[in-house]
Write a protein that binds this ligand. Structure first.
Ligand SMILES: O=C(O)c1ccccc1N[C@@H]1O[C@H](COP(=O)(O)O)[C@@H](O)[C@H]1O
Length: 203
């Protein structure tokens, strides 16, 4: 299973998390996020895949940031179209389309189906008007209604005490989990002890 640690920014913290055995590390390029990278990242990790998180970003700016930060994967949290996802794949990026899920509505199969042929992964996150990083979980049982072919990461408010529940979660297309605000001491600063404990218990 892929473990992605998201919302990283500070050099020392990036170096520490790189040593913990995470597979992917996420950097948020959405200016309204408290985890916004802002200025240039002082250190780009080598031993993890670097994921850039974007929300309805201008395509030229997205590509400039992707090149500058040597991003491997683009995670799109806004209303990005299937055509944009396809165009980014054709530029040799892996593409993750994030979907905000709520149990108050049926699983959005009609929406996810439109992205089946243009994304490498989906990410199922808790619906929020802020696009992501809510720190809240949704009822994962709704994912039994996801019958698509694209592998997905489970996301949204996963915290240290969820490790057993995450291990019990099972879906044939779930290939990973996303850890973000639940492991922070302050926005964009991860508690490496909590992460280490979670990762060893999860593996
Ligand atoms: O973390 C943010 O601030 C953020 C803002 C806008 C879009 C995505 C964002 N983060 C992503 O949200 C999910 C869930 O995070 P959390 O566990 O609920 O804190 C995660 O994939 C982050 O990559």
């Amino acid at each position: 299973m892929i473990i992605k640690v998201c919302g990283m920014r500070e050099e020392a913290n990036v170096r520490e998390v790189e040593q913990l055995g995470a597979d992917w590390m996420g950097f948020i390029f959405y200016p309204k996020s408290p985890r916004y990278v802002g200025k240039t990242l002082a250190y780009l990790p080598e031993s993890v895949k670097k994921v850039g998180i974007f929300v309805n970003e201008d395509t030229d700016r997205l590509l400039t940031l992707a090149e500058k930060n040597r991003l491997d994967i683009l995670q799109l949290h806004g209303d990005e179209s299937p055509e944009l996802c396809k165009a980014l794949q054709e530029k040799d990026f892996l593409v993750i389309k994030a979907f905000g899920i709520t149990t108050e509505k049926p699983f959005p199969s009609e929406l996810t189906e439109r992205y089946e042929d243009c994304c490498d992964y989906f990410l199922f996150d808790t619906h929020t008007d802020l696009y992501g990083g809510s720190g809240r979980k949704f009822g994962w049982e709704i994912l039994s209604d996801y019958q698509g072919g694209t592998p997905f990461l489970l996301s949204g408010g996963i915290s240290p005490e969820d490790v057993e529940e995450v291990k019990r979660f099972s879906h044939p297309k779930c290939v990973g989990i996303d850890l973000n605000s639940g492991f922070e001491t302050s926005p964009a600063v991860k508690n490496t002890q909590l992460l280490q404990k979670f990762i060893s218990a999860f593996r």
